[in-house]
Design a binder for this molecule. Structure first.
Ligand code: AMP
Ligand code: MG
Length: 483
């Protein structure tokens, strides 16, 4: 079934039709005075949507969910998940899936809203979102996309004109999220939780058709599907690690089947390279600390395997054996992706042995409290013959000089390094500054930051401050969930 909002968008309802058990038809809350804060024009073009129509009254009706295309039924998705290790029934508490749309490349993309009001899955929450956190998702997801990291995208943020009560009263907003789908490990855990093997199978078939159609013809399609998700996640997490991204809330409901990064809540980029870094205010045990992310991902994939067991074999013991063997590929795939990425960051040819070099320099970065992004970019300058900027970052000069000598002997390629080591990332102090200004009504800093991070590898005049580490007085950075 497809429905159209003439001139704005035509939507399908594939998920809601195929998996009605996971889709509660629901309506978005009214928005007193919707106002478009940001619109992602490059993304709109990819989706074949006209920016001026999205900004019209009908467009705002779509972007807030208050006037979905005639005949379309927004749905709140049901899912479960392990949150910090504990299993819970969840679902979209403040989100709605409007439907799917075919983009200009022919790919099906979900159009969903976040902050569109309470749903039957809202539990104690108010269903709302504030301007600051929604712009945060917009900025950081755009930065991730520009870095070449698979991610959900943000089409727009619309201020609702409604107040949201948090520690203080804040202006409310709705974000429109575009995803290759919202299927997640937690979707499968929902079917597992209600012991509905028929739903489980249909869900797996739906996910295969949508994301991994090539496995459908495999003699063991569900096992091949599991392996494909393991590979996609191993690659994704390696990319996070290489760029210094800390997701912050890697619960199983926040791990996609597509391999896209999802749920920009307490996420942040490393400033100083410190493996134990945690930004999230609620992650006191460091479960989702920077260095633990591969372990957390593997743990989540083990939960995914458990949910899929009935599809692997009728005999449970046999199914567990099959699953364990398949899960073992996570480490191999992760190590391969990380090592290849590290070689590229070091500017070295694939034949070079980067393992030791990488491990040694990461130790040096941590020991000298060096800014992660600055180090890699300055290392490019060192490959061009100017080692002073990079040397100036370290306390232990003999150690870095010894390391630089070993690395330079392998003839690093400076231009190749500049293509993978970003100059402009969504730095924490810049994000905070931009969000504070936007909450006070000034969107200028958000626009400038988005412009900077959209071309992260290309040095441009006038953007020096976007490449600088946080000022000393920025202090310990803390981020929050459920904002
Ligand atoms: P998250 O940590 O963002 O993945 O959210 C975990 C769960 O809490 C999801 O089911 C969300 O839909 C729900 N949730 C978060 N914030 C709110 C809110 N303000 N109102 C209702 N549900 C919420
Ligand atoms: Mg979530």
């Amino acid at each position: 079934m497809t429905t159209a909002l003439p001139g704005v968008a035509t939507l399908q309802a594939d998920f809601a039709t195929a998996l009605p058990e996971l889709a509660v038809p629901w309506q978005a809350a009214a928005t007193p005075s919707p106002r478009l804060l940001v619109l992602n024009e490059p993304l709109a073009a990819e989706l074949g949507l006209a920016p001026e129509r999205l900004g019209s009254a009908e467009g705002l009706g779509l972007l807030t969910g208050t006037e979905p295309p005639t005949g379309s039924t927004p749905v709140a998705q049901a899912y479960a998940g392990h949150q910090f290790g504990g299993f819970t029934k969840l679902g979209d508490g403040r989100a709605l899936l409007l439907g799917e749309l075919t983009d200009t490349a022919g790919n099906l993309r979900d159009v969903a809203l976040k902050g569109s009001g309470r749903t039957p899955h809202a539990r104690g929450g108010d269903g709302l979102a504030a301007v600051g956190p929604m712009l945060r998702e917009y900025v950081v997801s755009e930065a991730m996309h520009a870095l070449g990291i698979p991610t959900t995208r943000s089409l727009a943020v619309v201020a609702t004109g409604r107040d949201v009560r948090r520690e203080t009263v804040l202006p409310g907003a709705v974000l429109t999220r575009i995803a290759s789908s919202h299927l997640r490990v937690g979707s499968f855990q929902y079917a597992q939780g209600i012991r509905d093997d028929d739903l489980l199978r249909r869900l797996a078939d739906h996910a295969i058709a949508r994301h991994y159609p090539e496995v459908a013809s495999d003699p063991e399609p569900y096992l091949a599907f599991f392996r494909a998700v393991v590979a996609a996640q191993a690659d994704l997490i390696a990319r996070w690690m290489l760029v210094g991204f800390v997701h912050g809330v890697m619960n199983t409901d926040n791990m996609t089947i597509s391999g896209e990064t999802i749920d920009y809540g307490p996420c942040a980029f490393l400033d100083v390279f410190e493996p134990s870094t945690v930004f999230s205010s609620i992650d006191s045990g460091g479960r989702y600390a920077y260095a633990n992310q591969p372990v957390a991902a593997e743990w989540n994939l083990a939960r995914f395997a458990e949910a899929l067991l009935p599809l692997f074999a009728d005999d449970r013991e046999r199914a567990v054996e099959i699953a364990s063997e398949a899960l073992a590929s996570f480490r191999t795939e992760y190590d391969a992706a990380w090592s290849a990425g590290m070689l590229a960051k070091l500017g070295l040819a694939p034949a070079a042995d980067a393992q030791g070099l990488a491990a040694d320099v990461l130790d040096l970065l941590s020991a000298s409290h060096v800014d992660h992004t600055t180090f890699w970019r300055h290392l490019g300058a060192a490959a061009r013959g100017d080692a002073e900027p990079v040397r100036s970052l370290f306390l232990d000069l003999p150690a870095i000089d010894e390391w630089l000598g070993r690395w330079q002997a392998l003839n690093p390629d400076a231009d190749a390094m500049d293509r993978v080591n970003p100059l402009y990332i969504a730095r924490n102090h810049l994000v905070e500054e931009a969000l504070a200004a936007a909450t006070d009504g000034d969107l200028g800093p958000v626009t400038q930051l988005v412009d900077a991070v959209r071309a992260p590898f290309t040095a441009r005049p006038g953007l020096a401050r976007f490449a600088e580490p946080a000022p000393d007085d920025f202090g310990q950075y803390q981020t929050f969930c459920g904002t």
